[in-house]
Design a protein around this ligand. Sequence first.
Ligand code: PEP
Ligand code: MN
Length: 370
Amino acid sequence: MIIIMEPHITQDSKEFKDLLEYLKRFPHLQIKVMEHKGVTRNLIEVHLIGEDYMVPLEEVEHLPGVEKAIKVTAKYRLIGRHGSLSDFGFEYQGIQFNQDSFHIFAGPCAVDTYENTEAIFKVLKDLGLCCARMGAYKPRTSPYDFQGHGKACLPWVFELAGKYGVKVIAMEVLAPHHIDEIKEALEEAGNPCGVVLQIGTRNAQNFELLKAVGRQRDFPVLYKRGYGLSLEESLNAVEYIASEGNTSIIFCLRGVRTHLGDPHRNLVDFAHVPVVKRLTRLPVCVDPSHPVGSKVKAPDGIRDIYHVTAQGVIAGANAVLVEFHPQPEKALCDGPQSLPLSELPVFVEYVQKVRETYLELRRLIQKHKT
Ligand code: PEP
Ligand code: MN
């Protein structure tokens, strides 16, 4: 069961203390209090973990200070919507991330040169984009492939981000000490920008890493669905992050591995955008670059990556994570699917049009209440 307190209740309120006293009647239950600083209100939730069928829901709902109480069936209790809970939403670097917001995280798969990085930030600034993607630590299939510059590149990447007003960089971490390296580099540079810690698909069930990003509160997390995992398994993996205290999480769909997706690199799973929005309280991102895996075009002249992006955005995605590089043929990682930087303005315009259409369609459906 989750007990949601009324907005004016704090952990010091008499009503809250009385509720905890009342719950002592059920000593076998584990009680977890979650305080979430939302965009529009503060939310205190009391989670009863264990055999809670003896707790009378209606009685609890009538206790002073309680807004509502709901039975929970899904195992991913913290991130779950459970039918009626509102989405989380969080603010980071002055930017809102929730199930209504929309952002584009464009950039290279992996940071390579200073010049390329500067060229990318410059275009982002010209387009008024405040988010980027950029890998310093790369999980590669072969140990002989480029592994990323690691912490060596962080000082100048962050400095350049600050110079061009890019506020948030999605950056993958492969191990807990990468979080510390990012934090230290940001502090040393005077915190010119922020970082969203990306959990890559290969680490989607690396529970110690998930717990590590969940324990810290400095950075939000962008979790990529495991390419060999069911949605349910990935949602339970995300719960590891939330259960450690960090609920500033974006869930990213990035395709799943099956030959049924051929000739794409992975099968595009963006039909799950509304599913994840319905089942969880998290903003949902789509990554069109990794499942498509190339820059091929359809006979209409539009690249598959664009078509696939549109599928995610029209389905209500809250973010797009996409690979761009000034010279894709020279990129040290994922060059084949990286779009040329010169194309970013048209990509952004294309995506914005799809987003506007989604909002228009949403209004249409709301008007007709279908
Ligand atoms: C990436 O975003 O560069 C990446 C490695 O993605 P994924 O974990 O989805 O393969
Ligand atoms: Mn990549």
